[in-house]
Design a protein around this ligand. Structure first.
Ligand SMILES: [Zn+2]
Length: 293
């Protein structure tokens, strides 16, 4: 019997929920992790505050930018400045080490289980932490890939070398002209492989991962599945949150668990099979690892 625990009223409630969740992790036939931006925020990849000003004080001063969410949409005047910004954004969030152990702790909890990860995060943290690449579907792209801005062909390109060169050579927020990347097919400027509009390129790796995810779901049809939702916000609920609710509702053997720093909500019809923990994911994972059954 799983009780609805919307708000942590006492320490006991919190530890009871953790125990229930640990039992589910141990006993489920399969675990499907759905991870959103909140997981990487908890991992120390904050997009605002000190981390933003430490790295982008020049952009903040010139354009009044306040965080990496909105800065990513800023219409910079030249491609030299556009890549001056983006190379730093990508380097910081994709090529530097993850600031803390959140992803490692998550892996310790599921590494011996039959798991799959569905994520809207584009920062490559799951791969960096050592999650099995065959058990991972990152639906919204990857900072580490370039694509044609006109999507003239469905291919992506590793950008590590180019991004690092941009970081090393930029001056006054601009990269040198010769480092601006252009499409090898049509000559249009390259862009980062992120789903922001209809020009998002879904390359072969994307389709393979999508197929593996669907196969995983088919193989576990009617099994005891734990849907473990971590830090999913309200920007794109149709990718993780709504399908998780829907599948939980349809299969009575499943349990839906949601860990989020913000308020947690879910449909009434699944509340008996919902475990909700409103707290920092980092702390919850540390505590979960300490729970003895
Ligand atoms: Zn092109």
């Amino acid at each position: 019997m799983f009780l609805k625990k919307k708000i942590i009223k006492s320490t006991n409630d919190y530890w009871d929920s953790l125990k229930e969740l640990k039992e589910q992790i141990e006993n489920a036939d399969a675990i499907i992790i759905g991870a959103g931006a909140g997981l990487s925020t908890s991992a120390g990849l904050e997009y605002g505050g000190k981390r933003f000003y430490d790295n982008f004080s020049d952009f903040a001063e010139k354009y009044g930018l306040q965080d990496m969410y909105s800065a990513g949409f800023y219409p910079f005047e030249t491609l030299k400045e556009y890549w001056g910004y983006w190379s730093r954004h990508i380097y910081l969030n994709r090529y530097q080490a993850i600031p803390n152990r959140v992803y490692d702790d998550l892996l310790s909890l599921v590494k011996d289980k039959d798991y799959f990860v569905l994520t809207t995060n584009v920062d490559h943290c799951f791969q960096k932490a050592g999650f099995d690449k065959k058990r991972l579907f990152y639906t919204q792209g990857d900072y580490g890939l370039f694509q044609c801005s006109k999507a003239c062909h469905q291919k992506t390109y590793d950008n590590e070398e180019q991004i690092k060169a941009m970081i090393e050579t930029q001056k006054d927020m601009k990269i040198p002209l010769e480092l601006i990347p252009y499409c090898p097919h049509c000559g249009a400027p390259m862009t980062v492989n992120l789903r922001v509009d209809g020009t998002f390129v879904q390359d072969e790796g994307w389709y393979n991962a999508s197929e593996r995810y669907n196969e995983f779901l088919r193989n576990h049809d009617n099994d005891h599945i734990l849907f473990l939702e971590l830090g999913v916000g309200n920007n794109t609920p149709a990718i993780i949150k709504y399908p998780f609710w829907n599948m939980t509702s349809k299969n009575k053997n499943t349990v839906y668990a949601c860990i989020n720093y913000s308020e947690i909500y879910y449909p009434d019809q699944i509340k008996k099979r919902t475990i909700s923990i409103q707290n920092d994911i980092k702390q919850v994972l540390v505590d979960l690892l300490s729970v003895q059954l």
